[in-house]
Design a protein around this ligand. Structure first.
Ligand code: VGL
Ligand code: ZN
Length: 220
């Protein structure tokens, strides 16, 4: 409170070394899509507003071949949200989604951030999933994003998009591991929340030093 009894507003200044990462805002993750994240469409206007505050914006795009091993359809007898053991460990199985060159894989036409600079595709190898925009699920294959951010002299990442508990969380955690300050803008994300995944993701993000804010702290 200030002296007049009003709550003082402290807004975060977005600067030249800040970058907004807009994660997987694709038709398949939005209502009507094959892996629709509940409320995914509700964050579109907020992401567009946030996008206007940043000069640096990167999009990620989940981008799978039709026979990707994260699809339940590739594992006889398995259903979406079951798990299997792949070469690198336990993999959650999904409905077919974001198959490259399909409509569902396209970034939402309602995302209006024309000054965005990079679309980073991930998950394009049949055998390896990639929730993180930094490294694939084998924890070895790099996507090249850290090199890009390094050359662009970025200091802090702000992460929004879908889904909080998978691609947003893994991107945020790996961004922190790569040496960036990372902030997730909570109300500009929505979760799948399967088997406690959302609660676990926030715990993991906090442990990795990822900050968690609401959009009003930037937008005022
Ligand atoms: C995602 C599950 C499978 C995500 C991508 O964008 O969070 N989740 N592929
Ligand atoms: Zn995927």
């Amino acid at each position: 409170m200030d002296q007049t009894g009003r709550r003082r507003k402290v807004t975060i200044e977005i600067g030249a070394d800040d970058l907004l990462v807009v994660v997987d805002m694709q038709h398949d993750f939005l209502p009507g899509g094959s892996l629709a994240v509940p409320g995914g469409d509700e964050i579109v206007p907020l992401i567009n507003q946030l996008g206007k505050r940043f000069t640096n914006v990167v999009f990620t795009q989940d981008w799978h071949p039709a026979d990707h091993l994260s699809f339940a359809s590739q594992h006889p007898g398995k259903a979406p949200f079951d798990t299997v053991e792949l070469a690198y460990g336990t993999q959650v199985l999904w409905p077919d989604h974001c198959v490259w060159a399909t409509h569902g894989a396209q970034l939402s036409v309602d995302i209006d951030i024309p000054h965005g600079q990079l679309v980073l595709r991930k998950g394009f190898r049949r055998e390896i999933d990639s929730y993180s925009a930094f490294q694939e699920a084998d924890r070895q294959t790099l996507t090249g994003l850290a090199g890009y951010l390094n050359e662009r002299e970025v200091g802090r990442l702000y992460v929004v998009g879908l889904a909080t508990d998978f691609c947003v969380a893994w991107t945020a955690i790996d961004g922190a591991a790569a040496g960036y300050d990372v902030t997730v803008i909570e109300d500009a994300t929505r979760a799948i929340d399967s088997n406690g995944s959302l609660k676990r993701a926030w715990t993991d993000m906090a442990e990795a030093g990822v900050e968690r804010i609401m959009s009003r702290e930037i937008l005022g």
